[in-house]
Design a protein around this ligand. Structure first.
Ligand code: FAD
Length: 383
């Protein structure tokens, strides 16, 4: 996105990519349906980020509408799901990435693959890159770094750049796993339900609440309802789980009070509370010994405690929080101590849940940094 802005402003641009091909994480994002952005009121969208003040100008300039138009301009029909999430009709990322790379090539942007920026950060506008032929130097009045966060390292975003920043005296907020599954030590009793979805649940932690879906895995739970609780959940030892948010507590109490004791509790939960097998298993897993009174049963449905052992490993996270601290960059996203070097994307210190917020913010900051870098390059005379 930054390369496009620079190129359209008339500058000669090279994209250097450490991997054999660009956009590998973007392609991975398309594996389960590329959620490009979300159609919702601007303030609601912005408040999903932990740093709305810093990101506001960038998302005002290039937000959900612009991301959707961008996909359309590159020949990708899009659709909006019932929750407002926007996807390309083909769901995949590869057709969009292909069209985008072609467009950049038409603009004259050069792609240098297996070409890793190797630092150090400097102010002399000559930068080192490791290639298969050894280290090469590229002279450039401006450089936009968009090196990603620190997860799915096999796709290129290994966070190794943070050591180069630290050496250059730029403080980095430590990376944290965001949009990541939580670990739970399940008993044997849960094994048949590994891989099963938990649909329509409500989770609460601290003062945050999410309603939606997650999946039971062999080592815990993962999915949208988990990711939406962000940092609060990651720091908690328990989350409160409501297995039937559609049933009001008073009504549920009456249902249990009127239950015929001859009917097994499992059957009652299936038939009247409409808990499927996975939810029934959780009901018994999380409340031991099995509840006896209507009060205890209501609590086991509406307020059981999910015991959390922390996040899954950071490399498995969909995104990472932490990165280049805002205090080290100007409002144009240029490093204060290294004029001419800009940063964009997930390497900046922000986080948001899944739902199209991540790609939108990456594109918005890339667009912003590229526009500012073009202005900077045009205004300076480099000898
Ligand atoms: C499984 C999965 C599903 C996802 N689904 C979605 C989704 O549906 N919607 C959504 O909004 N987001 C999604 N995301 C998140 C989204 O893909 C990322 O937030 C986004 O790709 C980050 O973009 P970026 O350009 O900042 O960094 P990246 O995409 O990580 O790109 C950074 C690039 O920099 C290269 N690089 C690193 N160091 C160097 C160096 N020193 N020199 C040269 N090159 C270097 C890397 O090889 C990499 O290609 C998903 C992520 C995953 C893992």
């Amino acid at each position: 996105m930054a390369a496009q802005q620079l190129s359209e402003a008339g500058h000669k641009v090279a994209i250097t990519e450490a991997m054999p091909s660009p956009g590998r994480k973007f392609l991975m994002a398309g594996k389960t349906g590329l959620n490009l952005t979300k159609n919702e009121a601007a303030d609601v969208f912005l408040n999903q980020f932990d740093t709305p003040i810093q990101l506001r100008p960038m998302l005002d300039a290039f937000g959900p509408t612009e991301v959707s138009n961008f996909a359309l301009r590159h020949g990708q029909d899009i659709f909006t799901g019932s929750t407002g999430r926007v996807f390309p009709k083909k769901m995949k990322a590869s057709p969009l990435l292909r069209a985008w790379v072609e467009h950049l090539s038409t603009l004259g942007v050069t792609f240098l693959k297996r070409c890793r920026w190797s630092g150090p950060l400097n102010t002399n506008h000559v930068h080192n890159f490791k290639t298969q032929e050894g280290t090469v130097q590229i002279s450039a009045p401006v450089m936009v770094l968009a090196l990603g966060g620190s997860s799915w390292s096999k796709l290129g975003s290994d966070g190794a750049w943070s050591a180069l920043f630290a050496e250059a005296g730029i403080s980095i907020t430590p990376f944290t796993a965001a949009n990541v599954g939580m670990r739970i030590a399940w008993s044997e009793h849960m094994v048949p339900h590994f891989g099963q979805p938990l649909k329509n649940i409500r989770l609460s932690v601290a003062k945050k609440m999410s309603r939606g879906e997650c999946v039971i895995t062999s080592t815990g739970v993962e999915g949208g309802a988990i990711y939406a609780l962000g940092r609060e959940l990651r720091q908690a030892a328990h989350a409160e789980l409501d297995l039937a948010p559609q049933i009001e507590t008073g009504l549920l109490y009456d249902m249990f009070a009127l239950r015929n004791p001859k009917q097994s509790l499992g059957n009652f939960l299936r038939k009247y509370v409409k808990l499927d097998a996975a939810k029934r298993a959780l009901f018994f897993e999380l409340t031991q010994p099995a509840p006896q009174t209507p009060d205890q049963m209501v609590k086991a449905v509406k307020k059981s405690q999910l015991p959390l052992l922390g996040t899954q490993p950071i490399d498995e996270a969909i995104s990472t929080g932490g990165g280049v601290s805002w205090k080290n960059i100007s409002p144009e996203l240029m490093l204060n101590e290294y004029p001419g070097i800009f940063c964009a994307g997930e390497m900046l210190d922000w986080e948001a849940p899944t739902g199209g917020y991540l790609i939108t913010a990456c594109m918005a900051t890339g667009h912003w940094a590229g526009t500012a870098a073009a202005r900077y390059a045009s205004a300076k005379v480099f000898l």
